[in-house]
Design a binder for this molecule. Structure first.
Ligand code: MRU
Length: 336
């Protein structure tokens, strides 16, 4: 894979590609404080579950470079943890940093930096494994579909769902990926189309409303999506529209795969019912790239995620292998 500059630790700051600007500009921002990292996560400068986790860990490391006071650090950790509610990787990474704080007698900034780098390195390895485990599902000269952006831009490594495509390409397979634009934030049109194209994979961009038609009329061999949080029974929270995509895939007998590392599994949650679903600002719906497209004074709902029931999922590709249904039994058996 040629391209992956999503997040980089630079000794006293973190460098992020500004994902709000892609594909029009490739701009990098320097993040120097926990507050700046909180803002970067909240405002989608960096997004995607595993990338949010890595960013959170680095944000806490930046805070540890600036204080010797445990209470101050705890407050910065709480701030970062409040940035977004759905992606479990954020809470996984924050917990590791909290555990380190708890067992430290005093704050050694270098150990927080070391832990954040370890979380990033582990994410890189996990995404490689996702790609390797999922690549055998990809056939030469076939058609596939994804949603949102579950690529290098969404992780500290090569991606989750898109890692499967990258590894299959490395193995010499040629294939085409249908990419729904993914309103309201357009992660599909802006990020996935850009990232796949940059890495030499053929993309066909479609509007979200074309998903059912394409699944019905084209010979799509599989749908591959990422995940923000997976419950113990295989219910999967992912970008809004994933649930409708899974229903459409089922209706048209297209296999529907979720691709996620162990750090996305919240096995304390028995079902997906209690996964917190983020509601984002109305402006994302009433405007497109700053241009008003809806009447003023209109009521708006903007849930950023939905939960796909495990019964619609053909398999969950993880770093430990592909988990087949029934997930209630197999997640515990394979992952725990
Ligand atoms: O709101 P976002 O862009 O952070 O949402 C991202 C997703 O829903 C991704 O599909 C998910 O994190 C996939 S894992 C790389």
């Amino acid at each position: 894979m040629k391209w992956a500059n999503t997040i980089k630790w630079c000794k006293d700051h973190v460098e992020l590609i500004d994902q709000r600007k892609i594909p029009l500009k490739e701009e990098y921002l320097k993040i120097r404080t926990a507050e700046e990292m909180y803002k970067a996560i909240k405002e989608m400068i960096i997004r995607g579950a595993p990338a949010i986790g890595v960013a959170a860990a680095y944000g806490i490391a930046l805070a540890a470079l600036k204080t010797k006071n445990k209470e101050t650090l705890q407050k910065k950790i709480a701030l970062i943890e409040s940035a977004r509610p759905t992606a479990y990787n954020l809470f996984y990474a924050v917990k590791r940093m909290k555990d380190l704080l708890e067992k430290s007698e005093r704050i050694e900034a270098s150990s927080f930096v070391k832990e954040a780098i370890a979380i990033h390195e582990e994410d890189k390895k996990l995404t490689e494994l996702l790609g390797e485990n999922g690549a055998p599902l990809i056939e030469d000269k076939a058609l596939y579909m994804t949603i949102c952006n579950a690529g290098a831009l969404a992780t500290g490594g090569i991606g989750t769902a898109l890692a499967v495509f990258y590894k299959a390409k490395e193995q010499g397979k040629k294939f085409t990926v249908f990419v729904p634009e993914t309103r309201p934030y357009l992660q599909g049109a802006r990020l996935t189309a850009w990232e796949l194209q940059k890495n030499g994979i053929e993309v066909i961009l479609i509007v979200d409303g074309a998903i059912g038609h394409i699944l019905k009329t084209e010979n799509i061999k599989g749908v591959f999506v990422g995940a923000d949080r997976i419950a113990k029974n295989g219910d999967v929270a992912n970008k809004i529209g994933t649930y409708s995509l899974a229903i459409s895939a089922k209706e048209n007998n297209v296999p529907f795969y979720v691709v996620a590392p162990k750090t996305t599994f919240d096995i304390d949650l028995v079902t997906g019912e209690r996964i917190p679903i983020e509601e984002r600002p109305e402006k994302e719906v009433t405007e497109i790239m700053g241009l008003r497209v809806a009447p003023h004074n209109i009521k708006v709902r903007n849930p950023a995620f939905d939960v796909t029931p495990g019964k619609l999922i053909s398999g969950i590709v993880t770093d430990k292998g592909i988990i087949p249904p029934p997930f209630k039994k197999n997640i515990k058996r394979i992952l725990c």
